[in-house]
Design a protein around this ligand. Sequence first.
Ligand SMILES: [Zn+2]
Length: 200
Amino acid sequence: MLLFETISLYCLLANWNIPQANLNKIVLDMEIAVYPNPVLKTKAEPIEEIDSEICQIAEEMLDTLYDACGVGLAAPQVGLSIRLVVLDVTGEKTGERVFINPYIAEERGEILEEEGCLSFPDVMGKIIRSQYVKVIAYNLKGEKLEIEAEGLLSRAWQHEIDHLNGCLFIDKMTPASTIASKPKLKELELSYQNNKAGVS
Ligand SMILES: [Zn+2]
């Protein structure tokens, strides 16, 4: 990743108008899309080729994830409708943390737990999720991965793959959590409208 970081730094310092201009824009602009940003409801496209731009996006997403103290982040949450997820439930910054085109191949059991989402500041809600999932995905080298998950990791996987399908955790909350979260969602809607209108 050092090469990409170096390229980005050159772009930032020299403001070069080079083909990496779009990539540079991503580096500068990556921030977490907050509800009700419509990108969150858009189904993301599969990644056809793992190129330098995808590697750069993954790197930036990991930085964004750690800055936000989250456990997982899906590309639509940074405004990119592609099937890319970064995940690190331990926060140890080791092992496979970037996943391309992930999908759930198997799931079983049910468990009710509370969860939150980086795109919904201060909103929490209880959701029934599968207790166990088997996820198939690819790493940045294009190697196929088979991940078996339970507990927090299983919940995080289901949450992030939902994001790739434009499905949000508020769509799956229990009726009681749905009612409890309504005032905060209204606040977020108002804040989003005001930001769009340029009101501070
Ligand atoms: Zn989320």
